[in-house]
Design a binder for this molecule. Sequence first.
Ligand SMILES: N[C@@H](CCC(=O)N[C@@H](CS)C(=O)NCC(=O)O)C(=O)O
Length: 263
Amino acid sequence: MAEPQYELLYHPGIPGRGEFIRLMFEAAGVKYADVARDNPPDESGPNGYGLVQAITSPESTGDDDGNPPAFAPPALRIHGAGKNGKALLIHQTPNILLYLGGPLKLAGSDEPEKYYVNQLALTALDLNNETHDTHHPVAVMKYYEEQKDEALKKATDFRENRLPKFFSYFERVLKHNKSTGKGKHLVGESLTYADLALWQVIDGLKFAFPNEMRHRSSESPLLFDHFYPSLKDEPWLKKYLDSKRRQPYSMGVFRHYPELDLQ
Ligand SMILES: N[C@@H](CCC(=O)N[C@@H](CS)C(=O)NCC(=O)O)C(=O)O
């Protein structure tokens, strides 16, 4: 079987939606290939991004292992897990998180927790998607500069109405689980991919909307004074954040446009 078993196929140069998947591997200490990030184009070597583009090409009707085409990155290839011992290729971020949760032991300790974890990760991903829509409220394929007026309206509503609703929800989930999770975990007593997904969205929001996040932090003390910093202090996460594997925020979902932030 090819090594490593897991291959992440995602855009190079940004954390993006790939980060929800990377954090699971990093937390579990499981090796993975990040095909585009690890194989930048040069005159001699392979261009990993070409492989990512191939699986989502508008001409693709599937791959040689019998997998259907993928719509958009991220995708995950798992060697040996597909039909007839071939590679399995899956896409859609929440589908990948659900798939990895079991083998990486990040999906809670029993069947009810598995679904609590998934619903919370989906809620964090909803927040991720709504963040994207603040700078692209009209057309995904057009530039921010072509939709600035609408972006200002969208971002204002997002900051004033949506952020407080999401944050107060996660604060209540942390309270609900406080005696077991000690304010550090959303479900049960140990780390799950719901914690990782929420942590990543909060981290991205701190980059994109620094003023608003400072303003909001006192409203949800468990979330901002406990959950976020305790996970950031975990040795594995500190090491990852300091490594070259963690790519900087720039023009992905989390973008800092000062005019969209609290003035
Ligand atoms: N719902 C999908 C969204 C995937 C998505 O929007 N991927 C972005 C990068 S983060 C992309 O390249 N989209 C291209 C497109 O939608 O045309 C998921 O969660 O994976």
